[in-house]
Ligand binder design. Sequence first.
Ligand code: SF4
Ligand code: SF4
Ligand code: FES
Length: 254
Amino acid sequence: MKEPVSNDVPLNSPQDSMTVCVWRSTGNDGDYQSFEVPRHDSQTVLDVVTWIQQEADPTLSYRYACRVGMCGSCAMMVNGVPRWTCRTHVEKVLDAGSIEIAPLKNLPVIKDLVTDMDPFFDKWTLAGARHHPGLDRHDPMQAVDPQSDQRQEADLGIECINCAICYAACDTVAGNPSYLGPAALQRAWTLLNDEKDTGRQTILEAVSDIGGCHNCHSMGSCAQHCPNDLNPMRAIAGLKRETARKWMGWPSPC
Ligand code: SF4
Ligand code: SF4
Ligand code: FES
């Protein structure tokens, strides 16, 4: 293993390296540790973290899988903003020659840059955001019209990669740990519009509960930061409409 690059190592020019401050901890107490990391073309923030782990400090813990924006596992706070690090280029975030990297907000930290995702996924269950099948493998395939309004609505949230960036960006989650959060609620809306899902009443009850959709203040940080350009706030507005309709005893249009 190579020695870590420190400030004692002469560099050819300021552009040859950057200062990277990385959160180090076991649990929620910790501090930033600074590394000098070489720059190169098309370098992503995940490349930077990987370089530190491979070349400077093998004890650094972080999480990733696909490196191409598919798995959602590489999300971290970069200069205070939640981002998918495998698709975030260093040039985009470099601030006066340095970058600060921390674990995602609003989740417990296991170690360094690794957060415990259990609270995030537990809320999907609490939101009723698991498929409620009405058919089994012996039934004929149910056709769904791809042009139907319901299908079009379900499509809007279907590219969620479960990265929890919206969850980290949501200040309602920060202030109210029981709030189900944008991703779980968006998933609940997707299933509510899925013609193959039979859990309509279960979902509406789950999202009306104490941490449910009516906690959302509709400021849109989730939509602003979602790396896949999804709009959980819009989905939550749909849930607010449908839960209100249910409460008023009005028939649903879907
Ligand atoms: S719009 Fe709602 S879900 Fe989205 S960040 Fe704001 S409070 Fe959270
Ligand atoms: S809605 Fe967007 S930001 Fe939130 S988990 Fe899904 S992909 Fe990530
Ligand atoms: S490593 Fe899979 S989305 Fe970044």
